[in-house]
Design a protein around this ligand. Structure first.
Ligand SMILES: NC(=O)c1ccc[n+]([C@@H]2O[C@H](COP(=O)([O-])OP(=O)(O)OC[C@H]3O[C@@H](n4cnc5c(N)ncnc54)[C@H](O)[C@@H]3O)[C@@H](O)[C@H]2O)c1
Length: 336
C-alpha cells in the first residue's frame, strides 16, 4: 500500500506516519506539507531516513503537484489544514485557501484517478453542547461557530458531495481535542506546559468552565488507520477520548502532573465564538471497527509532560522564533 499523507509535518499527521511505520512497516508514505508555521521537519526527524518515506515540500492548493502525487498512490489521507481558531479570527484567508480550496484539489484528483480518500476533520463543525446535551454523533447537524470550524465544515461538505456526485471512494472522521507530543505551542496544553517550564502561568480564556473531551493523538491516528482499512465507503466516523474536563480542571490536572501549585493559573478575557462543550459518542467506530481510545487522560498527560521536559530543543526555538509571544501579546495584551 502506498499512501499520500498531507500535512504530515504537523502534530497529528506526524503521529499518523509514525503509527503507519510501526503497524504497517511495508507501506510507503509520501508526505506533502507546505511547512507553514505549524509544520516542522523536526516532527518527522525519526522517520526522515526511513526507506519507505518521501517528503515533498508543497501545498495542497497546487493543482499540478497534487494531481501528480495522487496519481502515484493508492490512498490519500488529508491532515493538512490551518487549525488554530484564534488565528482564524484574526486572518481567515489561509483557512479559506487550505481548508476549502486545498481540499477541493485533493478531492478532484482523487476522483480523477479513482483513489481512496480519507478526510480528517473536527467535532468543532457541530458547534457546541450544553452541559446536559447528548454527545455529538454522526447524525448531529453542522453548526460551526468560528472561521476555522466554518472552513472545516465546508471541507466536510465538499468531500461528502463528491461521494454522492462523483462516487468518490471517501470517508470522513470527526475527532475531538487532541493532545500529545509535537503539539505546536499555541494550544492550551502545549502552551500550558511550555509556559510552566519557562516560569509563566497557564492562560485561561474566560472563566475556564468550557468543557473539552481530550484524546491522545496516537489513539486518533490508530482510529484513522482503522477507518482507512475497515471503514465503509461514504461513511463518517466520530472519535472521542472519554475524557471530558473543563478547561480549569484540565489546567489543574496539568499543574498537578508538573508538580506545580494552583497559583500558576491566570484568567484572561474570553475569545469571541468560544464553544461551551465538546463531547463525542464514538459507539459507531467502536461497534463497527473495534476502535476505542487506549490511553487515559492521566496516562497521556504524563507522557506529554515528559516529552516536553525531554525535548526542550524542539519547542524552545519555536517559542523564540515563531513570533508566538509577540502575536499572543498583540491579541491578549501584556500577559507575562
Ligand atoms: N489538533 C486537534 O485537536 C484536532 C482535532 C480534530 C481534528 N483535527 C484535524 O486534524 C488535522 C491535523 O491537525 P493538526 O493539529 O495536526 O494540525 P497542525 O496545525 O499541527 O498541522 C497542520 C499541518 O498542515 C500543513 N499545511 C497547512 N497548510 C498546508 C497546505 N496548504 N498544503 C500542505 N500542507 C499544509 C502544515 O504545514 C502542518 O504541517 C486538521 O485537519 C485538523 O482540522 C485536529
Amino acid at each position: 500500500m502506498k499512501i499520500l499523507v498531507t500535512g504530515g509535518c504537523g502534530f497529528i499527521g506526524s503521529h499518523f506516519i509514525r503509527i503507519i511505520f510501526e503497524h504497517r512497516p511495508d507501506w510507503e508514505v509520501i508526505n506533502l506539507d507546505a511547512l507553514t508555521y505549524a509544520g516542522n521537519l523536526a516532527n518527522t526527524l525519526d522517520i526522515q531516513t526511513h526507506p519507505r518515506y518521501r517528503f515533498v515540500y508543497g501545498s495542497i492548493t497546487d493543482k499540478k503537484l497534487v494531481d501528480q502525487l495522487v496519481s502515484e498512490v493508492d490512498a490519500v489521507m488529508n491532515f493538512a489544514a490551518e487549525t488554530h481558531v484564534d488565528r482564524s479570527i484574526v486572518d481567515n484567508e489561509p483557512f479559506i485557501l487550505t481548508n476549502i480550496l486545498g481540499v477541493q484539489r485533493l478531492v478532484d484528483a482523487s476522483v480523477k484517478y479513482g483513489k481512496r480518500f480519507h478526510h480528517v476533520s473536527t467535532d468543532e463543525v457541530f458547534g457546541h453542547l450544553g452541559p446536559n446535551d447528548p454527545k455529538f454523533n454522526e447524525r448531529t447537524p453542522y453548526e460551526p461557530r468560528n472561521p476555522y470550524s466554518a472552513t472545516k465544515a465546508a471541507s466536510d461538505h465538499i468531500v461528502r458531495a463528491a461521494m454522492y456526485t462523483h462516487s468518490l471512494q471517501g470517508t470522513i472522521s470527526n475527532c475531538t481535542n487532541n493532545y500529545g507530543s509535537h503539539l505546536y505551542p499555541e494550544k492550551l496544553l502545549s502552551i500550558g506546559i511550555t509556559n510552566i517550564l519557562e516560569g509563566m502561568p497557564i492562560m485561561i480564556h474566560g472563566d475556564g468552565s468550557q468543557i473539552r473531551d481530550w484524546i491522545h493523538a496516537k489513539d486518533h491516528a490508530l482510529g484513522i488507520l482503522a477507518v482507512l482499512e475497515k471503514g465503509r465507503i461514504g461513511e463518517t466516523y466520530m472519535m472521542g477520548g472519554d475524557s471530558e474536563y473543563s478547561i480549569v480542571e484540565t489546567s489543574r490536572k496539568l499543574l498537578s502532573a508538573m508538580g506545580m501549585r494552583e497559583n500558576m493559573l491566570t484568567f484572561i478575557s474570553d475569545r469571541p465564538g468560544q464553544d461551551r462543550r465538546y463531547a463525542i459518542d464514538y459507539s459507531k467506530i467502536r461497534d463497527e471497527l473495534g476502535w476505542e481510545p487506549t490511553l487515559t487522560f492521566d496516562q497521556g498527560l504524563e507522557e506529554m509532560v515528559n516529552w516536553y521536559r525531554n525535548n526542550i530543543q524542539w519547542w524552545k526555538p519555536i517559542r523564540e522564533s515563531s513570533g508566538y509571544r509577540r502575536w499572543f501579546k498583540s491579541q491578549f495584551g501584556d500577559f507575562i
